[in-house]
Ligand binder design. Structure first.
Ligand code: BEZ
Length: 216
């Protein structure tokens, strides 16, 4: 059976062997929270919709103090040319400028190191391309969350923003967020740890933390 090995584990720091890996770890040092999101190939339809959406949501990521970094196995020249398509898709001037960098990982330094390759999707040379991976790093430069989508399934960037809100909240307070949780459920009512929330759907967990419910 074929196995994919994800070498970066949750709550683990980033391992910086390799040229791009070193570049990425240096980049990580320059910001607080960070998201690394890979896509299979430049100039493909689903990837264009995803990076267009990511570009539109860049102000929301900035508000959360999250540095955005994209990556694929294409060259810088391709990234720049494709950025024009992405901006045009968003109804904007077709310039080469996007609100985030796209790493040129054509040597697959980072893709191999971080288990980002999709063995089912190959380039014209028969080499696997990157899957749609999401890695979110915290201020301590450790991985806080990873989501892995195949090339054939586009991501939901609202969900990515939602999990970042939860990650940042749960990093600050001793709480856990329940199924389908959204921040508007508890706007202005985030209890300060360790006091217990008063709402009927709050629940202490055996770990000592509590769930935040919709009715606080
Ligand atoms: C796309 O972005 O459209 C795509 C890329 C790789 C495989 C399938 C779809």
């Amino acid at each position: 059976m074929e196995r994919v090995c994800l070498t970066l584990l949750i709550h683990q720091p980033f391992n910086n062997s390799g040229r791009n890996a070193l570049f990425f770890s240096q980049l990580l040092e320059t910001f607080s929270w960070g998201i690394l999101f890979s896509h299979p190939r430049d100039f493909t339809p689903v990837c264009t919709t995803e990076l267009g959406r990511a570009a539109k949501l860049a102000p929301e990521f900035a508000k959360k103090n999250v540095k955005m970094i994209a990556l694929s196995v294409d060259s810088v020249e391709d990234h720049l040319a494709w950025s024009k398509d992405i901006n045009a898709y968003n109804g904007q001037e077709p310039t080469e400028k996007l609100p985030f960098p796209i790493i040129d990982d054509k040597n697959r330094d980072l893709a191999i190191l971080l288990g980002m390759l999709d063995p089912a999707e190959k380039d014209e040379k028969g080499m696997p391309v990157t899957a749609r991976v999401v890695f979110i790093f915290g201020p301590d430069k450790k991985l806080k969350l990873s989501i892995l989508y195949p090339a054939t399934t586009g991501r939901n960037f609202d969900e990515i923003l939602r999990v970042i809100t939860s990650l940042q909240l749960t990093a600050e307070k001793r709480v856990a967020t329940p199924v389908d949780w959204k921040v508007k459920m508890l706007k202005g009512q985030i209890p300060s740890s360790p006091s217990r929330p008063k709402g009927p759907v709050s629940k202490w967990l055996s770990s000592g933390s509590f769930l935040l419910g919709a009715l606080f």
